[in-house]
Design a protein around this ligand. Structure first.
Ligand code: NI
Length: 475
């Protein structure tokens, strides 16, 4: 696992709504009014710009292989060490369990693990993050979510229930039960049982967040009060109902959600890596009919400082490459994507948070790609034309959901697996053929470190490094 800078994730997976219930694809069931929580742009959710969180890094790990499909990430905010530790513990645990059951050579298990994050609040001295997990490798509800809160004033990590004052929990729980009673799928016996033991409350009510108008959204854990298939039940409380129950920290978190300040600085001392300033014309006159061309591609970024280092390597050899970026990373590091485009590289779309698109509905797949293209356009001024499906998984439904052209590869370095620079370089150099498309990942420092040797050796062999679109256009 490594660290790179990232973004807020969103629950972008909107599903079908009825008059009484609305599922957002994250297993959330909202009673009327049907209003799914869909991300920063969804009505009611506070908008947080992760590029304004000082020193934000993202710890991420992912594979690019359908035999072991996982993509996990969580934010690491300088000054919020206790919260990072809680996030790390949860993510590491889930990833280790998934990999041991799913990714062994003799494993017959199926399913995918995707853990994405989204900022609930990040201003003043309040930080709130929701991790959404999709784990389709086991039984039970595949989608769960948990929110994590951090009080920069006290330097304390808080599970979601700490937003509610100790002395108000009974009244709060009574109100929730009242709101849940009679809802479709809620089992009255389970409802009583679920709330009976106060020691279980922190898990049961592990996902609380504020709306932009100061209300509280309570996600009751999937299966706790009804069939797991029903997903999480959401109770939305108004600001007036919520405020009397809040703890002092809860009140500050509410305020920062309702009236967010401009960014968050919890005491970062890290100096961010300088953004490279190379420029190159978008036109490339390399004639791949006459010379040997090869297209290097880098997925899952942008990441800092790796993507910046990579730009320096590429500039030194006047090499062009294609970056298949993940939307949630673009939102945190638009300046790096801008630098990649300015240096003459191609920017392609690699989805918002790296799910297997073939497992999504057409609408969800379109949302994954559409949001990412919009983020790329916002960063670079240019809409991408290519997408690389995570895990290389694409079907006619996914293709029909987008106007982007799928771009796969023919040389897989499997660099995500072994994280060894010498091996990455060796593999690329040994397998490189004229007009090949090579798959690497610039979130791994080991892959970026392999690039100078790749460029040096292949340049000496007469290879020219071009973008995927250029390769396609000139063949
Ligand atoms: Ni990928």
């Amino acid at each position: 696992m490594r660290t790179h800078i990232l973004v807020p994730t969103a629950l972008l997976l909107l599903g079908a709504c009825t008059l009484t219930a609305c599922s957002d694809g994250a297993g959330v069931v909202e009673s009327s009014p049907a209003r799914a929580q869909a991300g920063p742009s969804s009505p009611g959710a506070p908008a947080v710009d992760p590029s304004k969180i000082k020193g934000l890094e993202i710890v991420s790990d992912s594979s690019e292989h359908g035999s072991c499909p996982f993509a996990v990430s969580y934010p690491k905010v300088p000054g919020a060490r206790a919260m990072t530790a809680a996030l790390k513990k949860d993510v590491d645990q889930r990833l280790a369990t998934f990999r041991s059951s799913r990714c062994g050579s003799d494993s017959t298990a199926v399913g995918e693990l995707n853990i994405s994050h989204r900022f609930l609040a990040a201003s003043g001295d309040v930080l709130g993050v929701r991790l959404t997990t999709l784990d389709s490798s086991g039984a039970g509800n595949p989608r769960t979510a948990k929110s994590y809160w951090y009080d920069g004033k006290d330097g304390a990590y808080h599970p979601a229930l700490d937003l509610v004052a100790d002395g108000s929990r009974n009244a709060f729980v009574a109100a929730l039960k009242k709101r849940l009673k009679g809802r479709e799928g809620v089992d009255p016996a389970l409802l009583d049982e679920a709330f009976a033991d106060t020691r279980d409350l922190a898990d049961l009510l592990g996902d609380l967040s504020f709306t932009a108008d100061g209300g509280l959204r309570v996600h009751v854990a999937p299966g706790a009060v009804g069939g797991a298939a029903a997903g999480a039940y959401v109770v939305s409380l108004t600001e007036a109902a919520t405020t009397p129950w809040l703890s002092p920290f809860g009140k500050r978190a509410q305020k920062q959600s309702e009236h967010p300040g401009d960014g968050l600085d919890l005491g970062s001392t890290r100096t961010p890596a300088a953004v490279p300033t190379h420029t190159a014309s978008a036109d490339d006159d390399t004639d791949c009919k006459k010379v040997k061309c090869i297209a290097l591609t880098f997925d899952d970024g942008p990441a800092a400082p790796e993507s910046a280092s990579l730009l320096h390597h590429l500039a030194r050899y006047k090499a062009r490459a294609t970056f298949f970026v993940v939307g949630q990373n673009v939102a945190t590091h638009p300046e790096l994507v801008r630098a990649e485009a300015r240096a003459g590289h191609e920017i392609g779309n690699h989805s918002w948070n790296h799910p297997d698109l073939t497992k999504l509905t057409s609408r969800q797949a379109a949302s994954q790609l559409g949001r990412t293209s919009a983020a790329i356009k916002a960063a670079t001024g240019k809409t991408p034309t290519l997408f690389r499906p995570p895990y290389g998984a694409v079907n006619t439904r996914v293709k029909a959901a987008t106007t982007l052209s799928p771009a796969l590869w023919d040389i897989d370095t499997e660099d995500w697996k072994y994280r060894d620079s010498a091996k990455v370089a060796r593999k690329v150099i040994a397998k490189a053929r004229r007009n090949s498309v090579v798959l690497m990942h610039d979130i791994h420092p080991t892959s970026v470190a392999a690039v100078p040797q790749i460029l040096r050796t292949l340049t000496a062999k007469g290879m020219h490094f071009v973008t995927v679109s250029h390769l396609r256009a000139t063949l």
